[in-house]
Design a protein around this ligand. Sequence first.
Ligand SMILES: NC(=O)NCCC(=O)O
Length: 316
Amino acid sequence: MAEPEWESLEQCLEKHLPPTDLREVSALHRRIEAIVEVAAMCGVNIICFQEAWTMPFAFCTREKLPWTEFAESAEDGPTTRFCQKLAKKHNMVVVSPILERDGAHGDVLWNTAVVISNSGAVLGKTRKNHIPRVGDFNESTYYMEGNLGHPVFQTQFGRIAVNICYGRHHPLNWFMYSVNGADIIFNPSATIGALSESMWPIEARNAAIANHCFTCAINRVGKEHFPHEFTSGDGKKAHKDFGYFYGSSYVAAPDSSRTPGLSRTRDGLLVAELNLNLCRQVNDVWNFKMTGRYDMYARELAEAVQPDYRPHIVRE
Ligand SMILES: NC(=O)NCCC(=O)O
């Protein structure tokens, strides 16, 4: 892919973003720059940020403006250019989940993760496959289910994939990345305590076990307040915030071990050393891919999704 023109970040942001968003995005870029600096000191090879990391998780509001103004081109938006610089400077693969505006295809918005090689080139992008319709997560007001399938990116440091947030509740989503050869599946998320905290420690960990791969569950922290009230459609009082994003990011391994979680309340950088040989070693012991009977499920599922399918229930 072509080398980006290295204009300054400020120039680039000014050209692409309205003034209010510019301040916010610019501050987040600076914060991430400092965190990536520390990651580089720790020898990190691949880094992944939280879901929609350049913006408030404003999809609960169902208001289009100003939030849609945070959307950027995955290929050459200011955030991608910023991450390209980081990747090249630190020889680090960067996974950057953003709100994407696809200018080449009707200006449509997507929830996207851009994967940038340690060379600084944009390796590609992947989109959130499952869009929540639960509680305040009204994301289908903004974008629809991803249309790029389950790409796996071959990097110098291993084959990686990105299962964005709500996709972690869907075992087949993890599975397809694994079928395509992922050693590490990142799960950049934005989720809140009341809704999912009890599920959080289980889902990515179980996916690592079931798919003989590493998984990295990444959540945001803190509370975000919005100017206008919104309701959750549950008869309860209108409110101006989502509730607590509980952090607790962790990495899980195919042998069922996991790291401790990051803080529930503070920003953090979790550095983990992954021995990718473990994927094949565990695979050779447990053989889930060999014993999976995928042809049988493929046949049965192909039938089950037909509108005239009659569930196989045996009655007296
Ligand atoms: N960001 C997102 O998809 N959140 C949905 C809630 C959840 O999956 O816990």
